[in-house]
Every structure is written in C-alpha cells, then in structure tokens.
Design a protein around this ligand. Structure first.
Ligand code: ADP
Ligand code: ZN
Length: 523
C-alpha cells in the first residue's frame, strides 16, 4: 500500500508536507476525527485528499463553494485522481452519471454541496455506498459556515451532524481558515466534534507588511502607494460599495492603470472575464467588493489595498491574506478615516438584522478599529485576535517602522479598567463610558452605578475618545469582550499591573481634528 509520503510525491508532485499536514493526514488516515484550522493558502486540501486516497472507498467533500468545485475537481483529474462533483450546476444526465460512478466505486473523491448531501435520497444512496464500496471520510470544508455569527452562515451546515449519526464509523475532518475562539467552539459544538483532535496552525503571515494610513484623499494616497511601490504589480483594491468599485476602477483606468471592476452587480460574463484576466495576466489591479476573493488562488498578488474598512478582523485577515501566497514580500495597505467608522455604524444600526446579531457585528467592528488605532506591532495585534502570541515585534509593519504619536494614557486606562471592575465585568463600552462621563441614564439608575467611585470621573475625555481608549485596551490585550455575556468587557491578567500603578499605558493620539477641538473646549 502507498504511503502518505508517496502519494504526496507521486500524485501531487510535492517533496515535503507543510506545517501540520503530515500529522493531520496520518491522524485521519488512521480513522480519527479532526478539526483543522489553517490560514488561507496553508494547504488544507491535501489534509483530506491524501487520507481519502489512502483509505478504502470514496472521500466525500462537503463544500459550499459551488463555483470552486469545478476547479478543484479539474485539478485532481489532471493528476490522475478519480474525482467528480455534484451540485445544482450539473444537468440531470451528468448528475446521474456521477451517481452511477459513486455507486460503482469508481470515485476517489466526490465534492457535494451541502443541500445535495442532505437530501434523503442522497443519504440513503450513501448508505448503500458505505455498505458496498466504502466511504473513506467526510471532509467538511469551510466549516465556519456553521456559525451564525460569521458572514458565511449556511443553515444546512447545522444539519451535518447527520453524518455522524448515520455513519458513525466514517472519520470526519472539518476545515476552516476562520477561527477566532467563539467560532471554533461553535464548530465543535454544532458539528459534534468534541472528540476530534484539533490542529491549529499559526495564522502568522510574516511576508505581509501591514500598514494603516490616515485617510485624507484616499484615491490620491492609493495612487501614490501604487506609483512608489507597485507600479507593475497585480493587486486587489477593496471598496465597500459597488458604486465606489466602478468609480475607482474608472478613475484608475483614466490615469493609465490596468484596473478592472468586480462586484456582484456585474453580469456573470463580465465578472468571469475580469477574473480570468486578473488570474492569467501580469500586473492587473482588481478593484472589488468582498464578493471577490473567496478561493482565488493567485500566488503573486503583491498588494491588497483597502479604501474602506473591512467589517471585522476576520474579514481584514482574509482579504489581506490573498496577498503574497507565494511567500514573497507583499503589502497590506489600508486608508482609514473616522468618517468610515460613522457610516459603517449607521449601516449596522440601520440594518434589519436581529438585535443580537447587530451587537456581535458592532463588537467585531470595534475590534477592527482597535487594531487600526493600536500603537503595537500589527502582526502582534492580529495574532492576538486569533488567540496566538507573536514573539516580539515584526520590525516591518508601519507601527514597528515609524513611531506613532502617543499620549500617556495610564490614568485613562486605570479609570476605564476600574470602571469595568466596579460594574462587575459584564457591561459593554456604551454603558461604561456613560458611567465615566457621569451621565444620567435609566440603566445607570437601575444598577445603582451613580454611586460608584468611577461615576463621572472621566469628563476630561469625550465620549468618542473614551470609545477609542476602550478599543485600544481591547486590542492591546488588557480587556476582552465576553461573547457569551452579551459582549460585556472583562479584565484580563495584563490589566492588573496597570490598575496597581505598576505599568504605564501609551495610547495613540486621537487623529480627528474635531474631536481634539472638542476636548480643548471642554477643558
Ligand atoms: P487552502 O485550502 O488552505 O487555502 P490549498 O489547499 O488550496 O490551501 O493550498 C494552497 C496552495 O499550496 C496550493 O497551490 C497547493 O497546491 C499548495 N500546497 C499545498 N500543500 C503543499 C505542499 N506540501 N507543498 C507544496 N505546495 C503545497
Ligand atoms: Zn510590526
């Protein structure tokens, strides 16, 4: 029988496993369940493809990305693997043929959309397959789709526990690149993976140089960045709205850049043509909404620029993660202005999402703002968000290279932290700031917070400045938001020396002129 190493070499043409791949492959090939967290481009596919080839029977891959199944299957067929897919894009004849091959045992790997997999008829057929030709494994790709809080929520993913119930002997491997702690535990719980081994890869992308610039004329700033650093490179420019995508692409083209638009409002053939040009040609700039990028595997994207704020740290990480997949230096550049923050907040508030969901989204946006405002190494801040420590400063992000203008925020930090402590570590920023500013709200009266020693001690700063102080304290790891307790803020160990007066805290200078004026006027 072939070994994992042989398949890696003979079938896929690689000499070595990367990172945790070998451990994962061996674990699953031996029949174990696994949860794999690996950043985009880390090499998740081999983690189920090789065990599927090593084990008896067909590997069933559940994937929500219908558009990508074809590519993946084509790539497998090219290297001689018997692969096929089943989804709504197939006509009835082709689907019947795939089913027939599945039942004959003529497939190594079958990619299916979740809604297809869950059809009673299909599950019954799988039972036949298991009895006669065997099922090597179930791979659940993009497993974060099970999480209601992510932007990719797929209700059908919740029903995938049926796999475990009906096929208890078949190993399952769930894979994702999105996994902050709450999402991770939700995956474990929703997919019944309590017994699975978890393989968590580092999310560090050392070759990406992160930079956040204050916005004043974003387009012009973008052009300067392109002229100085990427005059002939392929890259992606993300904008929030379709209109802005079009306008920015037009503007860049007028100025001689090879820029193309991409958003969900373009017809499929234009979208496809633009994507193909970006993938095949050198030096094309794709101006896009977040509709562009999932599954785009272009190794030499040299920069990702954000003209608008992403919605969350996960979003930022995923979008910037499309740069530099080849491991060579790449830039993540973002223009950030407080005007954007206001409009994103308004968009959130105005959406008709349930209140609970809005709360989570506000919190995610706050984490991103904390990152923008942070004075610490960007790599450190990003990794901390994903629950990982970065050893020391990276020495190449904006904060590492150019010292940031800061102020001694020790006293403000002490007030903020002590306010969190005295209110019982269960309230969110809005209420905490109300307490610090000595406001008279119903909530303050209800909880008797007007009698606290921290009530009204923070009038030196504005509401907006306090917001920034709290976000920076979260980003720097003094506080964390408790997702389970309605997003209340809790103290982390690092807060203790600050509260005891043993450690100073430096905060980034508030960039917005109006806000500075307001403070002076108040003083
Ligand atoms: P993910 O699904 O985690 O985003 P993929 O499985 O698509 O990543 O792999 C990303 C790229 O890395 C692909 O081009 C793949 O061929 C390549 N790759 C994966 N594993 C290896 C390896 N062990 N050696 C060399 N290249 C690899
Ligand atoms: Zn750094």
């Amino acid at each position: 029988m072939a070994s994992a190493q042989q398949i890696l070499h003979d079938v896929f043409g690689y000499t070595q496993f990367r990172g945790a791949q070998q451990a994962i492959v061996e674990h699953v090939a031996a029949g174990g369940d696994a949860l794999v967290l690996m950043p985009t481009g880390g090499g998740k596919s081999l983690c189920y493809q090789i065990p599927a080839l090593l084990r008896e029977g067909v590997g069933i891959v559940v994937s929500p990305l219908i558009a990508l199944m074809q590519d993946q299957v084509d790539a497998l067929i090219q290297v001689g693997v018997k692969a096929a897919f089943l989804n709504s894009s197939l006509d009835a004849d082709s689907a019947r043929e795939v089913s027939a091959r599945l039942q004959r045992g003529d497939l190594d790997l079958l990619y299916v959309a979740p809604e297809r997999l869950l059809m009673p008829g299909f599950l019954a057929m799988l039972e036949q397959v298991e009895a006669h030709v065997g099922i090597a494994l179930f791979a659940i790709d993009e497993a974060h789709c099970v999480s209601q809080w992510g932007h990719d929520f797929r209700p059908e993913y919740r029903q995938l526990t049926v796999l475990h119930e009906r096929f208890p002997a078949v190993p399952r491997i769930a894979l994702t690149a999105t996994a902050d702690a709450p999402t991770r535990s939700e995956i474990v719980e929703r997919l019944g993976l309590q017994e699975a081994s978890q393989f968590v890869s580092s999310f560090d992308r050392p070759n990406i140089k992160y930079r956040v610039t204050q916005k004043n004329n974003a387009r012009k700033q973008l052009e300067t960045f392109l002229e100085n650093e990427h005059p002939n490179d392929a890259g992606i420019v993300y904008c929030l709205s379709r209109r802005k995508v079009e306008e920015t692409a037009d503007w860049l083209r007028e100025r001689g850049w090879d820029a193309l638009p991409y958003h969900a409002g373009l017809d499929a053939s234009t979208r496809n043509a633009n994507q193909q040009r970006f993938l095949r040609e050198e030096g094309v700039i794709m101006v896009a909404t977040v509709a562009f990028g999932m599954g785009i595997d272009k190794p030499n994207v040299r920069f990702v620029a954000h003209l608008d704020l992403p919605k969350s740290m996960e979003g930022y990480y995923q979008e910037t993660g499309r740069a530099g997949r080849d491991g060579l230096p790449a830039d993540a550049w973002m223009a950030y202005g407080l005007g954007d923050v206001v409009s994103m907040r308004q968009m959130l508030d105005g959406s008709d999402a349930p209140e609970e969901r809005k709360r989570v989204e506000r919190r995610k946006l706050d984490a991103l703002l904390g990152f923008c405002e942070s004075t610490a190494c960007r790599h450190q801040t990003i990794l901390r968000y994903f629950g990982e420590e970065h050893p020391g400063d990276c020495g190449q992000c904006d904060n590492c290279l150019e010292p940031v203008e800061t102020w001694d925020g020790t006293q403000a930090a002490q007030m903020a932290l002590s306010c969190v402590y005295r209110t019982g570590q269960r309230f969110g920023v809005v209420h905490l700031v109300d307490v610090l500013l000595g406001k008279e709200t119903d909530k303050i009266r209800q909880f008797n917070h007007h009698v606290l020693s921290t009530y009204g001690i923070g009038k030196e700063l504005t509401q907006a400045q306090w917001g920034s102080v709290f976000r920076q304290l979260v980003a720097a790891g003094y506080l964390e938001t408790d997702m389970e307790a309605y997003g209340g803020l809790k103290l982390l160990d690092a807060a203790r020396p600050v509260l005891k007066g043993e450690q100073a805290v430096w905060l980034r200078h508030d960039p917005e002129p109006e806000r500075r004026k307001a403070t002076k006027a108040e003083r």
